[in-house]
Design a protein around this ligand. Sequence first.
Ligand code: XMP
Length: 520
Amino acid sequence: MQEKILVLDFGSQYTQLIARRVRECKVYSEIFPFNASIEKIENFNPKGIILSGGPSSVYDANAPIPSIKIFELGIPALGICYGMQLMAHLFGGKVAKAVKREYGRAELIIDDDSDLLKGIGEKLKTQNSKLKTVVWMSHGDRIEYCPPDFKPIAHTANSPIAAMANKRRRFYALQFHPEVVHTPMGFDIFKNFLFKICRCKPTWTMKSFIETATKEIQEKVGNKKVVCGISGGVDSTVTAVMVHRAIGEQLTCIFVDNGVLRAGEAKKVEETLRRHFYMNINCVDASERFLNKLKGITDPEVKRKTIGNEFIKVFEEEAEKIKGVRFLAQGTLYPDVIESVSFRGPSATIKSHHNVGGLLKKMNLKLIEPLRELFKDEVRLLGKELGIPDEIINRHPFPGPGLAIRVIGEVTGERCNILRKADAIVLEEIKDAALYTNLWQTFAVLLPVKSVGVMGDERTYENVIAVRAVKSLDGMTADWARIPYDVLEKISNRIINEVKGVNRVVYDISSKPPSTIEWE
Ligand code: XMP
């Protein structure tokens, strides 16, 4: 029986990070919205509960309050920031506005280092031999006094009670954020909570995940057939390999060449999956069909819709050819399914299925989503464990509409070819300079302007290529990468010399926000 930790979400931007830290300790965790019913929580059967932070004050009229019964399950609880204030408030302590909002680094003085704070901190050099450590604070309210059966266990200059504990009931609370990297000992605090207080064992690994997922897929699918669309990206490749591991020949993958892929992409994907894993792959060259549909379209959103709709059509035609197919495997990830209804809105749950809903209905297919419990970095670990080559696992994200949104203006076969050649040079040089893995994305964009140049004795009037390279953690924000000039020089020289139809290369030095990563 898998040991599990429940993270109750009160709307903190760090809730997912808490769940990830727990999993990094090799204990499985899931996020439920703060108002999850007690039946659902009991069913989940956690070994401990973590209450996240959140933007509210416990005195707000609409303050999120969980079922009080979560504290009657006889399992440990850890409140973080708002979670701590909530525990103080519910158990009879006093929460008040802090004199000064505390944000950023703070020095935590540990007053009692048993259990939760064991092994945390270094000895203060001066006076009373207490322990101290650096923590990350971000709060308006603070605890004035503890509930009667709680004891303060740490303080900072601004928070007289920065941590508190009720050891008998195994309830703990922290005013600071142990989940962020700015709390250097945060990971050890989680370990203390999980291993010493909840008495979990670190058994959740990718190996154990593969075993469980394999059994689940086998049980669900039986002897039926499964179809899986692959794009060459990490998520769909890992999904396909995971499902293939469970049911082998019963899986057919469909790879659609939509005419707006990068150079050599279709071949690379096919080779990896067919030669490496002996999978059934149906590679469909639908490039003509897509390019015909894209004729005359310049609006980016219309390009996206056109490609999306055409993809569904091609996929459906191909899937219908597979006799007895009953399931569609899809690479939905955990961030897409976390149902923090109250804060993120129901859109969070809609995203993953929006474009295949019709297909499922029409073909009467059921979904299999083996990655729906995993974060992106865990998918990469799983991919590695499944033996997928690094080249695929570490790939930069590539948008579904592909080069169509990087050929600015009308998409034609010829313009796609120009961009494809330029893009291949950018990637080659970035990889050659060992910069690839440190970048979130790097690519070329073909602009809809021509500029004057001179080649030999001739005046030219040709296309402009923009080179984009960004650093980012999740694609939500991004900074333009400081690529060394000599690498940029090589890229520029090679593109102008090797790609017919281009006489100028520019480098994009805009960050997101206010720009976006893609140009369209
Ligand atoms: P932006 O351009 O919005 O991109 O800063 C953020 C991330 O999303 C990717 N992206 C897309 N991915 N379909 C996709 O599958 C799309 O239509 C799409 N548009 C942008 C982009 O490559 C970046 O990683």
